[in-house]
Design a protein around this ligand. Sequence first.
Ligand code: XMP
Length: 517
Amino acid sequence: MPKENQELVLVIDFGGQYNQLIARRVRDSGVYCEIVSYKKNIAEIKAMNPKGIIFTGGPNSAYLEDSPKIAEEIYSWGVPILGICYGSQLISHQLGGVVCKAPEREYGKTLVDLDTTSPMFETLPKQNICWMSHNDYIKEAAPGFKIVASTPNCPVAAAEDAERKLYIVQFHPEVLHTENGIKILSNFVYNVCGCAGTWKMDSFVEETVKALKAKIGDGKVLCALSGGVDSSVCAAMLAKAIGKQLTCVFVDHGLLRKNEREEVCGVFGEGGQFDINFICVDAADRFLGKLAGVCAPEGKRKIIGEEFIRVFEEEGKKIGKVDYLAQGTIYPDVVESGLGGESATIKSHHNVGGLPDFVDFKEIVEPLRDLFKDEVRQAGRELGLPEYLVARQPFPGPGLAIRIIGDVTPEKVAIVQDADAIYREEVDKLPAAERPSQYFAALTNMRSVGVMGDERTYDYAIALRAVTTTDFMTAEVTMLPPETIKTAANRIVNEVKHINRVLFDYTTKPPATIEFE
Ligand code: XMP
């Protein structure tokens, strides 16, 4: 929820695939933004007192009876509205324009003629590449609207009714394929909505720390720390707010990446940055013991999940009653667990996976539930966390067990840890913008013949993976520079014992998954 007096732009979600992207862009421009469902009660939307409203795209046809609609009174509030794609068609349809199936479907990068006197297009060129993706189109703009952009196939690519402060664009300014798209959105929030741009991460951190102090008082908080970005930033935020009233439990299941345990303990443990109670549970033998001989991926996952719960149960008993359980839930978890703001009360346990329901606590605290991932990283930097923690790529809860095909042994874990560390070191030499979303080494269970010096070897093949993705539901293969792969491969076979072959995984998701299990 926005803090008191904080200016807010609301994204009303009509089922568009880019709803989160719109909100992120608005926040990036310095204005706090939330996503709510089009089903949300209109009086509640009004009570949120938004400075501006953005309607998202969506897969429906605005002119059909049962397509998502919104109460028309919203158009008379005097609150600026920007309709994108479906949103633009809905506004046009509801206000008396003509929306119908387009004679030509428009899809992809399209050159659009802009009227740059529109406040939306201030400082833009007169012709701009925009991302189009629509089957329907606005044949005639609604009365009162002036057309401010068009293409040969799309007579109303953008229009505005400056008096009622209603603005519509058929294309998607939120996707990067639209040149100057970010500028269009920031023009809307600044030129049209008159926002001042008060959303800054340093003030968010400061205010959240203050609010946590007030809420928790002298209560005790337990935080399960995985070493991932979200739980680390969550712990750091609480550490700053309540110090020794916080206990963090970090379980080393023996399946972490190389040096990961030392890195987490170095920051949160004794002599680290924070004055908290920190428990590092050394449970490697337990987990590896339970995993011995287990080959099936689901079997491994189940064992690890159950063992985690057992470890927490034991630690929980030692700690006794706590007042709050801290969770690193972030805004996409909230949005994805339902449609937009409708989901606000649905709890998702994405981050720590299988939380101990039996820990005796009063309430959950989720200091990051308003933040997008990039903002979480930024908050982490504000809190002084080192870059290797805040910039970390996703790492699955079951750890390296699901990056080793077949049974897991301590030797195999060591092999994959070493190879993975080398590979990451080489990829990390690339400029940040060129690095994949996720990249790691996995141990195939395949052994083959090789030659080392005068000797014949019979050793493992390691697989390297590099994918680019925004949602982790689908992924493209990242074409790393050949030199990076070659150097990593050379170093791995030279420096890691029992590897005599390095393979690169060229599979997209689908059909493969990102993990290699
Ligand atoms: P897949 O392999 O399903 O992975 O394509 C998609 C994303 O989810 C991560 N992943 C997990 N994260 N616990 C987690 O916290 C898990 O059990 C888990 N399995 C996969 C994976 O790293 C990728 O980012």
